[in-house]
Write a protein that binds this ligand. Structure first.
Ligand code: BES
Ligand code: ZN
Length: 449
């Protein structure tokens, strides 16, 4: 009896040992079956966490950093080597925390001062912010503030009076800070001397919300943040440090005030879901998944990423699949564009083959289409074949109406479009990454095989 138990244990141990020694043994094959492993519910959970739980993720903000931490944890959990790569990007951001009444949520943009770099911005609040009552100062003309504005936060509507004059008028009246609003979400740029008070801008709707209750008490913070980050997950090709590399990218930051469900929690969720599905398949390349920060600030994260790659590493990268806005429910955004800057390339070719293999209608895709405006530009810039996948209007290439808007929320995500786009990008990538992939470039001089 004892002997029997012993042998059973030994068998288990031996089997476990054999499995860990040959990870490919029970790995799923690198073929079309993988498409059925994509789980749109998981992708939706990522979009929910990024756009609802975290919300707007502006470059260098604490929210962008929180999103990076989440993405890094997910990718590490899938078994990848994960690096959080930091880069400098000074950014001034404003937050208004409404203390009373409860439940009022107001998004702001920091104002900006002409010709002043964020790093030198003089009108920051103390670390703990400025707390006070919101006091209506009309159009901010001299004498427009009530007397009790002393030490409080003035609220001013934009008029013909210059913003710098308004700031100095309400400062003279004793206000500790000022919120200026127009009709839209514009971030006002003014020239003020460093003696003036912190200011932030908001739109008319938000200002209306601040005006309607009898008493609003809030804390205003105008802070300087300095650093953003990329999250890079890598799965090296065992035994081949010089293998060709395929890199998937998506930016996870947003513009101010936009929760960025479509732009670009959708692409980030697609990136994580592809990473999950590909984590254990036997492939013929090194896989990298880069969630990049600061795209909305001018492709800052992806440009930083390529700038720090040694030349030999750039040469190893054979393709960049960039996902940006892959889940919109926009009624007119029915065509998946494959945007490149070098005409037809390996990514666009693989995308066309994917459409055929998935038996999808021809009019569903436009590949290639000449267009920049996302992180594929940075990869193309160093000579890497790159393309961006994005849903747009079939003829005009228009984006959805809530693009870069506070309404870019999860309610406007289509599970169908998200699933289709993930299927296309995954299938396309298989044409390059599988061991027997038809489009897999010989690892020319890179030492594969
Ligand atoms: N998600 C958009 C992608 C995009 C692609 C928008 C093509 C419009 C056309 C991206 O995040 C974005 O908004 N890009 C910026 C440019 C970027 C360099 C700051 C844009 O197009 O304004
Ligand atoms: Zn954008």
């Amino acid at each position: 009896m004892l002997y029997r138990k012993y042998t059973a244990w030994t068998a288990v141990l031996l089997l476990t040992g054999a499995l860990s020694a040959c990870p490919g043994l029970f790995a799923p094959p690198c073929d079309m079956d993988l498409v059925s492993k994509l789980d749109v519910e998981k992708a939706m959970e990522h979009i929910h966490h990024l756009s609802v739980d975290i919300g707007p993720r502006v470059v260098s903000s604490p929210e962008e950093r929180e999103a990076a931490g989440y993405i890094a944890a997910v990718l590490a959990d899938y078994g990848y080597d994960v690096e959080v790569q930091e880069f400098e990007r000074p950014m001034v951001l404003a937050y208004l925390d409404v203390l009373q009444p409860e439940g009022l949520e107001i998004h702001l943009a920091a104002g900006s001062i002409r010709g002043t770099r964020a790093a030198d911005y003089p009108l920051l609040t103390p670390d703990e912010g400025i707390s006070g009552r919101i006091v209506d100062c009309g159009d901010g003309a001299p004498g427009a503030c009530p007397e009790d504005v002393e030490g409080q936060i003035a609220l001013v509507s934009r008029s013909d009076i210059d913003s710098e004059e308004v700031i100095s008028n309400v400062a003279d009246a004793g206000a500790a800070a000022v919120l200026i609003h127009g009709r839209d979400w514009r971030r006002y740029r003014v020239s003020v001397s460093s003696a003036d008070i912190p200011f932030a801008t908001l739109n008319a709707e938000a200002a209306e919300e601040l005006r309607s209750p009898d008493l609003v008490v809030a804390n205003l913070q105008v802070n300087l943040y300095t650093t953003s980050q990329n999250v890079i997950a890598t799965r090296p090709l065992a035994g081949n440090p010089n293998a060709p590399v395929v890199i998937f990218t998506a930016h996870y930051d947003t513009v101010e005030k936009a929760p960025g469900a479509s732009d670009n929690a959708s692409g980030t969720a697609g990136l994580m879901e592809l990473a999950r599905v590909l984590a254990r398949v036997p492939v013929g390349v090194e896989l990298r998944f880069a969630a990049v920060g600061g795209e909305e600030g001018g492709l800052v994260g992806s440009r930083y990423y390529v700038s720090q790659l040694p030349e030999e590493e750039i040469e190893r990268i054979v393709a960049n699949f960039n996902m940006d806005m892959i889940g919109t429910a926009g009624e007119e955004q029915t065509t998946l564009y494959v945007n490149t800057l070098d005409g037809d390339n390996i990514v666009a070719q693989s995308a066309r083959r994917a459409l055929e293999r998935l038996d999808l209608p021809e009019e569903m895709m436009r590949a290639p289409y000449q267009r920049g405006a996302s992180d594929h530009v940075a990869f193309h810039g160093v000579g890497i074949p790159a393309a961006n996948f994005i849903w747009r209007h079939p003829e005009t290439a228009a984006l959805e109406p809530w693009y870069h808007h506070p309404h870019d929320r999860i309610e406007h995500i289509s599970e169908d479009r998200l699933r289709t786009a993930m299927e296309i990008v995954l299938t396309a990538s298989l044409e390059v990454i599988c061991e027997d992939a038809p489009l897999r470039p010989e690892a020319a001089g890179a030492g594969a095989n």
